[in-house]
Design a protein. Sequence first.
Length: 315
Amino acid sequence: MTQAVLDTTTETLRQALIAHYETHRKETPPHAVFCARYHGTTITIYQSGKVLFQGAHATEEAARWQEAAPTTKTATATSPTASAATPQSAASALPANFHQWAIIGSDEAGTGSYFGALTVCAAFASREQLAWMRELGVKDSKQFSDAQIAQLAETLRNTLPHVLLVVSPPKYNDIQPTMSQAKMKAILHNHAIAKLLQQLGATEPEAILIDQFEPPRTYFKHIADEPQRIRDRVYFATKGEQHHLAVAAASIIARDAFVTSLATLSKQAGCTLPSGAGANVDQVAAKLLRQHGDQALRQYAKYHFANTAKARKGV
Ligand code: MG
């Protein structure tokens, strides 16, 4: 099941959330102040101020509110500064001049899209490469067209040490029934970072910054059974690409790999597979279902998304 969290929220934001989901309100669980079920997703506001989104459209629903959540401006560190006495919700900012450090940045793409792969990239940028990237115009991948992304991604792939992991829909659908998407993402990030550290050998990054998609505590719980757990100097920040260009580079490489997977799968499917999880996606899914049956959706899409059920209704 997909899960997304807004770690710290203002009273104003919580009121806005309640007003928005009021008509879908359901019974409030312990330690919560509000709970609603909307669009296949359960939204729970806890007494701590934390808001949890669980279900098929968790990422999408949370994204509506992320802009307004104060966590988008802060970051949480797990080490070396965070101690057991530091509550995770009290987000501490990144160290001074962090944007100038030589770090590994890690980000993913395709998580909210029904069609296409899930991609994760970890990229290392030295202090010298940071200046070069600024000149190149590296920034948030969402601000570029697909064509610009393709060009930038190629340059970055040729220059920066990186590890790119691509989980194709069939592979994703094999794993997903026994693992939440959030856990899959955490394992992929950890794996990409571990592999990159190995590649870098004697070159030691000053830190690692993961574009935050869940609280650090949950992230580390998810990777608890992994043979190699990277914990040292790992920082988390929402909108990580704004905090460091290594994350921006990773997001561009990951995004490009997702766009490429969508193009490749479209060719195989014989029609354009749109990104996202909206109504246009349901229509294409219904068409595939009519023409090629269930197998086509397992081949090209993240099968557990609510779009599958909606496509069936549209057949
Ligand atoms: Mg991200």
